[in-house]
Design a protein around this ligand. Structure first.
Ligand code: FAD
Ligand code: SIN
Length: 534
């Protein structure tokens, strides 16, 4: 089956849906998304979205905070664009129907939070479940838009580039698996926009939901696009540690409100790691926790907010309070057991200031994109902001994309002689092995030896996956496994090329910052990781 549209947007988180709402003003949009339309990292965002809204705040201060966190690798023009676009992004989200918390019910003034790394209160939020509210409003807004068609349970498998069929290097759409009917359809588009989010599932422990398997990055890489800075994976310091909790985040906002990190015996440990203690940038906090867990041999450390009035905690953090209570932890009376977990990918598919990738016809926005905003470390609450700002910038740029009079001829997906898999255990085993080896060898603290070990094992797993891929019919699990293996390979290649410790990349073999290496690492299929001066 073949369908066509002006703009194919792959992914329905904040970036994809913000872009869709604006692009629908000048063309027909198809949004393909691999599960229910609201399932995304966006839905689970807690703390909020950063923007300069307070009287005592300035663009200069937000820019400076972002640059400090980014450890010398932020692209300053991108930082300026995002920070200056903050107030409009918030206004747009409110226009779509997002209800942010206000200082009081009568006032229009938003209630702003403080988070680690921010020198001012600038986090607009909806309780402690900001993403859920934003995603709700966006999903309702697209339902009112006749120019947008949403295909749920439709997973993009691969991009369609004409180069593959002897034509020019241009992307004209994607092959998409309809999960229910198990058929692969061809979607042709004048512009294809990747908005597929992050890749937390590449690690054993993550704050991300199951959809975060780096599909967009893997597809773009296979198609020949440039990918960059994959070594900078952000580990969130505080994920709930409980055998029954899969991936529940304990927001940074708790530390913003004074929560203290303690060892099992109650000793606070952050002051000895950084002068800002609990409010230090999150890479430093995550590394400090990792260090203390390894030093003490304990399974976790504790985040303690019991010194705050119980009513304040319940009112300020209702979702976190209730979720922890489900696991028998009353956070007003007991410290919360926590561990760090993979949270956010700063690298991704390289783009320009409008979201264009290095392949004509292909764009990337949101967490799957590498715009240069975050540098070597993302400042908390800047990613929702980036999703809206770049979603809108891309939609604006799409206006001038020519709408060709006829569609190119491309073959339908060839299922060849694929049979039904008889050993699903191969997929589950490889999933587990890959995520575990990434956690153990390519986690918060790295070394050359560990990276080499990881590279060897990933190559072996990829061989096995390829064999399975060509011999059996496609399933979501198999496609995701192939994609996380590609993302793992890209993280290891970039990490191996960075001979210094900077931002989120810390290696015991090169523990210091090297001022000569304040540059991005980019990588392309068939071309080894190389340093690119920006
Ligand atoms: P997502 O919201 O992840 O959306 C990606 C979409 O693509 C999904 O719909 C997914 O199903 C779809 N998709 C993926 N692959 C395919 C495919 N092959 N085919 C079709 N569809 C596909 N950031 C902040 O700024 N502030 C916060 O407070 C904050 N808190 C967070 C808390 C948690 C627990 C997590 C996990 C993240 C948090 N972040 C926060 C980060 C932020 O939520 C994400 O970076 C952001 O939401 C990413 O938006 P996105 O639109 O790029 O991707
Ligand atoms: C959090 O609420 O701690 C997450 C914020 C973020 O990831 O930006």
């Amino acid at each position: 089956m073949q369908i066509s549209c002006d703009y194919l947007i792959i992914g329905s988180g904040i970036a994809g849906l913000s872009c869709a709402l604006e692009a629908a003003k000048h063309g027909q949009v198809v949004v393909a998304t691999k599960r229910a339309r609201d399932e995304s990292n966006t839905k689970y965002a807690q703390g909020g979205i950063a923007a300069v809204l307070a009287n005592d705040d300035t663009f200069g201060a937000h820019i400076a905070d972002t640059l400090v966190a980014g450890a010398g690798l932020c692209h300053e023009r991108v930082v300026e664009l995002c920070v200056q676009g903050g107030p409009e992004a918030i206004a747009k989200l409110r226009g779509y129907g997002t209800r942010f918390d206000r200082t009081d019910a009568e006032a229009d003034e938003l209630d702003l939070h403080l988070e680690g790394g921010h020198t001012k209160r600038r986090i607009a939020h909806a309780g402690d479940a900001t993403g859920r509210e934003i995603e709700r409003a966006l999903v309702e807004a697209i339902a009112r838009e006749p120019n947008i068609r949403v295909l749920e349970e439709h997973m993009a498998v691969d991009l369609i580039t004409l180069a593959k069929y002897g034509g020019p290097e241009v992307c004209v759409g994607a092959y998409v698996l309809d999960i229910e009917s198990r058929t692969v359809i061809t979607i042709l588009a004048h512009a294809t926009i990747l908005a597929t989010g992050g890749a937390g599932k590449v690690y054993l422990y993550t704050t991300n939901p199951d959809v975060a398997t780096g599909d967009g990055i893997a597809m773009a890489y296979r198609a020949g696009a440039e990918v960059g800075n994959m070594e900078f994976y952000q580990f969130h310091p505080t994920c709930l540690y409980h055998p029954d909790a899969k991936n529940f985040l304990i927001s940074e906002a708790l530390r913003g409100e004074g929560a203290i990190l303690r060892l099992a015996d109650g000793t606070p440990f952050m002051p000895k790691h950084h002068p800002l203690a609990e409010l230090a940038p999150r890479d430093i906090v995550a590394r400090a926790i990792d260090f203390e867990i390894k030093r003490t041999g304990d399974d976790c450390v504790y985040l303690d907010i019991t010194h705050k009035p119980a009513a304040f905690v319940r009112e300020r953090f209702p979702s976190i309070y209730n979720e922890c209570l489900r696991y028998g932890i009353d956070i007003t009376a007991q410290p919360i057991p926590i561990v760090p977990a993979a949270h956010y990918l700063c690298g991704g598919v390289s783009t320009d200031l409008e979201g264009r990738t290095t392949i004509p016809g292909l764009w990337a926005i949101g967490e799957c994109a590498f715009t240069g905003l975050h540098g070597a470390n993302r400042l908390g609450s800047n990613s929702l902001l980036e999703g809206v700002v770049f979603g809108h910038r891309t939609a604006e740029a799409l206006k001038v994309v020519p709408k060709q009079a006829s569609w190119p001829t491309v073959p339908d997906w060839d299922i060849g002689s694929a049979g039904t898999p008889d050993e699903a255990v191969v997929v589950t085993h490889n999933w587990d092995e890959l995520r575990r080896l990434m956690w153990n060898y390519v986690g918060i603290v790295r070394s050359d030896k560990r990276l080499q070990r990881a590279a060897r094992r990933i190559a072996m797993l990829q061989e096995e996956i390829a064999e399975y891929y060509w011999n059996y019919v496609l399933t979501r699990d198999l496609l995701e496994l192939r994609n996380i293996a590609t993302v793992a390979q890209l993280i290891v290649e970039c990490a191996s090329a960075r001979h210094e410790s900077r931002g989120l990349h810390y290696t015991i073999d090169y523990p210091n910052l090297d001022s000569q290496r304040a540059r991005d690492i980019v990588i392309k299929r068939g071309v080894p990781a190389r340093h690119l001066w920006r």
